[in-house]
Write a protein that binds this ligand. Structure first.
Ligand SMILES: Nc1nc2c(ncn2[C@@H]2O[C@H](COP(=O)(O)OP(=O)(O)O)[C@@H](O)[C@H]2O)c(=O)[nH]1
Ligand SMILES: [Mg+2]
Length: 244
């Protein structure tokens, strides 16, 4: 099995946080022996996100990189899917633009896929809370717990944190599932996991480090509300057999 890697970074109005993160990722990639490409998907930003990415990429001419941009903001899920469609790696990993999970954690997710133990690995903040340095604001963290409890009850999935922005996929197995995905915003993680589980892929939740970064683009009211609706949509889709 081949093990080239695509790293996908969805980015919405990230001109401030993105440059340093991309330099960290590319610096890390330069030290690894694996063939790796880096894809930034600019999710209809109204700032200089794409320009920042291109500028940093020009500093690392030896590493394959690309910037995908479209003009309308479609949501993190849509951005990640767009990156995956164009990814050429055997394994794809997506990471938040703020590197709340440091890129050095990559091996924890990628090695079990390389070793063919799992097909999908999901970073988790719930399994070992000692790995959390800076916590999310209290309300956000509690909201996350409630959300994950709902996810467990409503989907029957056995995971404790579906929302960490750090996940990896064996693309030969996951790519055929991409066109079943319907959720473009923050509920997409749950749909990814639900559909992968349904298709019999082997999924592992793995504790990773996490340091909350200020500058969140998430609105706790608008986005939580939407996310609960998205979980219900997943149940509806499933009942209608749309994930078969
Ligand atoms: N909020 C938001 N983030 C998006 C969107 N599209 C892509 N993203 C990216 O999704 C990632 C997670 O966002 P972030 O604000 O750090 O979330 P948080 O750390 O969970 O508060 C970042 O890389 C964003 O740039 C979008 O439409 N809205
Ligand atoms: Mg963040």
């Amino acid at each position: 099995m081949n093990n080239s890697l695509s790293i996908i970074v969805p980015a919405y109005n990230e001109e401030i946080r993105l440059g340093d993160s991309l330099r960290k990722i590319l610096g890390f990639v330069a030290t690894t022996e694996f063939e790796t490409e880096l894809i930034v998907v600019d999710d209809g930003s109204s700032d200089f996100t794409a320009e920042v990415a291109k500028k940093v990429f020009a500093e690392f001419p030896d590493i394959p990189t690309s910037v995908i941009r479209y003009d309308e903001n479609r949501g993190k899920g849509f951005a990640v899917k767009t990156g995956m469609v164009s990814a050429t790696g055997d394994i794809a990993l997506f990471s938040d633009a703020d590197l709340s999970t440091p890129i050095e954690e990559l091996d924890k997710l990628v090695d079990p896929i390389k070793n063919n133990e799992f097909d999908v690995t999901i970073g988790s903040r719930a399994l070992d809370r000692r790995l959390i340095g800076t916590h999310q604001p209290w309300r956000r963290e509690q909201g996350g717990r409630v959300f994950n409890l709902f996810v467990r009850i409503l989907t029957g999935l056995p995971f404790w944190d579906t929302q960490c922005g750090f996940k990896a996929f064996r693309m030969q197995k996951f790519r055929p599932l991409l066109d079943k995905m319907t959720i473009d915003r923050f509920g997409f993680d749950v749909e990814f996991i639900y559909v992968a589980d349904h298709a019999g892929l082997r999924i592992k939740e793995i504790p990773v480090r996490w340091d909350h970064c200020d500058g969140t683009k998430v609105s706790i009211f608008r986005d939580s509300f939407r996310m609960f609706g998205e979980i219900r949509q997943i149940r509806r889709n499933s009942k209608r057999g749309e994930y078969q």
